[in-house]
Write a protein that binds this ligand. Structure first.
Ligand code: ADP
Length: 239
């Protein structure tokens, strides 16, 4: 099975159980929102998906690779944007990207053409010579998304990528990533607690207190009601 599969995954910090037998599947090319209030376990799951942490409870498969048995192949398929920005603010846009490309063994013309294509994809081409520090918050985030495309991953993981952005930047970034899935067939897992970032065609996995409450298309889950209301009644969280 390709795309992203999470099967019976559990994780505890000491006595504190953060994930409890979580299973869901994101089909290849789908956009799936991992929707949950603060403390639901979203970041914990992201740490497991990117192997910052490991667990013996359950199995994670990325693009067909079991992450515990074939971590290198699995992670080669992953583009990740963490909640905390990780740009080097003193470097230009180009240098931030070429440094990342080099880490993935890409240099010269190949790196250059991938950098240009990724920036183009995020409507950032004209910023290539600017210092990251001089970009606004929305453009910095777009640069991070461009960066995670450089090594041509098939699965994108974004952990609350719109936190701290104004409404216009939030809308632009949400649209860009939806387009990457719809137009380029990328499998996307987008963690959020904001239901307005989710469209009716998206897959949604609702996580609450470490448990997966529901998974399906937004339409199936809501049956025509606003997702915001359904989420509130399931979790008590206002989104
Ligand atoms: P979310 O990203 O959805 O806000 P987290 O994965 O950060 O959720 O947290 C899930 C649960 O695990 C919360 O109850 C949180 O307090 C707890 N938790 C997260 N990180 C740690 C940690 N390093 N040590 C102990 N408990 C933690």
């Amino acid at each position: 099975m390709t795309g992203l599969s999470v099967r019976n995954v559990s994780y505890a910090y000491g006595e504190k159980r953060a994930l409890d037998d979580v299973s869901f599947h994101v089909p290849p090319g789908a956009f799936c929102a991992l929707l949950g209030p603060n403390g639901a376990g979203k970041s914990t799951l992201f740490s497991l998906l990117t192997r910052l942490m490991t667990t013996s409870g359950g199995m994670i498969e990325i693009a067909g690779f079991d992450i515990s048995k074939h971590p290198r192949q699995a992670l080669a398929q992953v583009g990740v944007v963490f909640q905390q920005p990780t740009l080097d603010l003193d470097l230009t846009v180009r240098r931030n990207l070429s440094y990342f490309a080099a880490l993935h063994g890409l240099s010269g013309r190949e790196a250059e053409s991938r950098i240009e294509a990724a920036l183009e994809r995020l409507d950032m081409a004209e910023r290539i010579g600017e210092r990251a520090r001089d970009l606004n918050g929305g453009h910095r985030r777009r640069l991070e998304i461009a960066r995670c495309l450089i090594h041509s991953p098939s699965v994108l993981l974004l952990d609350e990528p719109t936190v701290g952005l104004d409404a216009a930047a939030r809308t632009a970034i949400t649209k860009h990533v939806h387009d990457l899935s719809a137009q380029e067939g990328m499998t996307v897992l987008w963690a959020t607690h904001l239901t307005d970032e989710i469209s009716t065609d998206d897959q949604v996995a609702i996580l609450h207190k470490g448990r997966l409450l529901q998974q399906g298309s937004s339409q199936e889950i809501t049956n025509g009601a606003p997702l915001k209301d359904v989420f509130l009644s399931m979790t008590g969280a206002v989104a």
